[in-house]
Design a protein around this ligand. Structure first.
Ligand SMILES: [Zn+2]
Length: 113
């Protein structure tokens, strides 16, 4: 199974309605068209439509695909947050190590400054 070059997660490709391949989440989903929905799915023809995510057993449920991009951006953003937290932790460790290396002397020339 191909992996996304951006976030490294497994993805699938489905033929889009414009002849190009669209990266999607590997597992198909079930949806019911709803123009007022905030969720965008790809239908069996590879066209983007607004729909509700429903159970396979739901009345009128159609098989479709979740585009990968919304999840990808979340994954990349999440990784950035984690990387930033890691960098901050490392900086603090470095600072602590640097402090530990300093001689335990509170004044520079033994007198009060
Ligand atoms: Zn991705």
């Amino acid at each position: 199974m191909p992996k996304c070059r951006k976030c490294g997660r497994q993805i699938a490709f489905i033929p889009g309605s414009h002849g190009s391949y669209i990266p999607v989440e590997p597992r198909p989903i079930w949806y019911r068209p709803n123009v007022r929905s905030t969720i965008t799915v790809l239908n069996a023809d590879g066209a983007y439509i607004r729909a509700d995510d429903v159970a396979a057993s739901a009345e009128g449920a159609l098989k479709g695909w979740m585009p990968h991009w919304p999840k990808c951006e979340d994954a990349v953003a999440f990784r950035k947050v984690r990387a930033a937290a890691k960098a901050e932790r490392k900086a603090k460790e470095e600072a602590a190590r640097f402090e530990a290396m300093q001689p335990k002397q509170t004044t520079m020339f033994g007198g009060k400054q």
